[in-house]
Design a binder for this molecule. Structure first.
Ligand code: PRP
Ligand code: MN
Ligand code: MG
Length: 183
């Protein structure tokens, strides 16, 4: 059984640091979207916490929608070949789209998603991510809002999972290797 305190190697980013960073990003989004209502698109399931807290920090009119995508490919790494599991309910024509992610790892999911959404006639498509792993990036998709660059370690919490667990943690933590079968 999962014993959460025993599974934590290190608290990487605390709840307070996450909320302070989201407030900073929210002020920039409010300035950038003062004249046009953004459509926030959360990428299920990891982005649920970010969309939830970021949107409530925003004081401008906005709309929200969700997509679920799945990367084909072996094991835990995404391949860049993406399948839509749940599409948007919203017509993107003329909309100012802001994709919201919890983490950009290889960037392949987002690179595909941005192109897919751009083909639907939006006025603009920008990206906001709480975390980014610079060492792992394989795509040069431009990201307008980045919370934190993080090392290439197994991070979970605040929406991020390992085997669907740990999403509900308030902090972002690094897992002990024993959890995922390491040394
Ligand atoms: C994770 C994460 C990003 C994506 C990043 O989602 O939430 O969406 O992987 O990977 P990439 O930059 O290498 O493409 P995952 O596919 O694990 O689904 P989840 O959000 O439901 O956990
Ligand atoms: Mn995800
Ligand atoms: Mg995941």
């Amino acid at each position: 059984a999962t014993d959460i305190p025993n599974d934590v190697r290190e608290v990487l980013i605390t709840e307070e640091e996450i909320q302070a960073k989201l407030a900073e990003i929210a002020r920039r989004i409010e300035a950038d979207y003062a004249e046009c209502e953004p459509l926030l698109i959360g990428v299920l399931k990891g982005a649920v916490m970010v969309v939830s807290d970021l949107s409530r920090e925003l004081t401008i009119p906005l709309k929200m929608d969700w997509m679920a995508v799945s990367s084909y490919g072996s094991g835990t790494e995404s391949s860049g070949v993406v399948r839509i599991l749940k599409d948007l309910d919203t017509d993107l024509t003329g909309r100012h789209v802001l994709i919201v992610e919890d983490i950009i790892d290889s960037g392949l999911t987002l690179s595909w998603l941005k192109q897919n959404l751009e083909s639907r006639g939006p006025a603009s498509v920008e990206i906001c991510t709480l975390l980014r792993k610079p060492e792992r990036l394989k795509s040069d998709v431009p990201v307008r809002y980045v919370g934190f660059d993080v090392p290439n370690e197994f991070v979970v919490g605040y929406g991020l999972d390992y085997d669907e667990q740990y999403r509900h943690l308030r902090d972002i933590i690094v897992l002990q290797p024993h959890v995922y079968g390491g040394e």
